[in-house]
Design a protein around this ligand. Structure first.
Ligand code: F6R
Length: 236
């Protein structure tokens, strides 16, 4: 595990973007696992800048997002597809057909989960997976539980996650109660993982995840077992 402790959110974003850019430069057809949430927004801005300056080419990159709400259409501004289009994809030279987000509107959610896992395995897995961390230690939408869920699955969101996400919705009642998420095994199978965290409110959970016992009650703690984990954080 490599930990970069940075001085500010801006520095976190620059370092994380440089790590992603290095990956894409070395392997232009990188399969990039992506996260939504407030943490990676600055990283995505930096990637857009690098792309604009001509220093980073996304034309052969494929992306797979971690998760999506159920029942929120792609063009709804709180869907994760909308988030990705607006915070990254629409501003870089990526082929939209190469960007993938689980379909939370699928009629058969179970089949959608199976399709998503197959897609990732047809890509020969994920080269670099970007992760944020929730206050309860979730990664993607893998919430604290009695066991680690392996593959892409439907989750009932915990009240703490619904509350945390309510800032993005008109009211807490509008926050979807279910989501699709890659499982822990899929995430752990990524060849490299980049975990980014920012804000003093993330300090405690980051410490528990990186140095506490490995337990499904803190899903991110499983990352201690990964052999190529990079953490970029500013949590002081
Ligand atoms: C979203 C995701 C989540 C977030 C986490 C932290 O795709 O993977 O696990 O990374 O909820 O969210 P922020 O960055 O908003 O604190």
């Amino acid at each position: 595990m490599r930990i970069y402790r940075m001085e500010s959110y801006q520095e976190v974003s620059r370092r994380a973007a440089n790590i992603i850019a290095a990956q894409i430069t070395l392997k232009p057809d990188t399969v990039l696992g992506l996260a939504t949430g407030s943490t990676p927004v600055g990283t995505y801005r930096q990637l857009i800048e690098l792309n604009k300056q001509g220093d980073l080419d996304f034309s052969c990159v494929k992306t797979v997002n971690l998760d999506e709400y159920c029942g929120v259409p792609a063009d709804h501004e709180q869907s994760y597809r909308y988030f990705m289009n607006h915070n990254l994809f629409n501003h870089i030279n990526i082929d939209p057909a190469n960007t993938n987000v689980p379909d939370g509107m699928a009629k058969d959610l179970q089949s959608e989960c199976e399709r998503y896992d197959k897609l990732i395995s047809d890509f020969n897995g994920i080269d670099l997976q970007v992760l944020g961390i929730g206050h309860n230690g979730h990664i993607g939408f893998n919430e604290p539980d009695d066991c680690f869920e392996k593959t892409t699955h439907v989750v009932e969101l915990k009240q703490s996650t619904i509350d945390a996400n309510s800032r993005f919705f008109a009211s807490v009642d509008n926050v979807p109660k279910r989501a699709l998420t890659m499982g822990i095994q899929t995430i752990m199978a990524a060849r490299k993982i980049l975990l980014i965290a920012s804000g003093a409110d993330k300090r405690k959970i980051l410490e528990r995840a990186l140095f506490g016992p490995i337990t499904p009650q803190v899903p991110a703690s499983v990352l201690q077992m990964h052999n190529d984990l990079t953490v970029v954080c500013c949590v002081d």
